[in-house]
Design a protein. Structure first.
Length: 69
């Protein structure tokens, strides 16, 4: 499961949370699909704890200079 997943329910305008997020992040004139890419991933450990990690595909990662890519 990632941060953009939800129950798939739509709201009164007929969009899921994931669809609204994608729409908002790609609406700007110079935006592209990579702007809407998930920035975190979540998983549940065997003990039931939720683990949150920075996605490997995130455009900006803590501690990594984007110029080094």
């Amino acid at each position: 499961m990632d941060a953009t997943e939800n129950s798939g329910k739509t709201d009164d305008i007929g969009m899921t949370d994931a669809e609204k997020r994608h729409d908002e992040l790609t609406r700007a004139p110079k935006s592209d699909e990579s702007d809407a890419a998930p920035r975190i991933t979540t998983s549940t450990t065997e003990s039931g704890a939720t683990r949150i990690d920075i996605a490997e595909t995130a455009a900006v990662r803590p501690g990594i200079d984007p110029k080094d890519k």
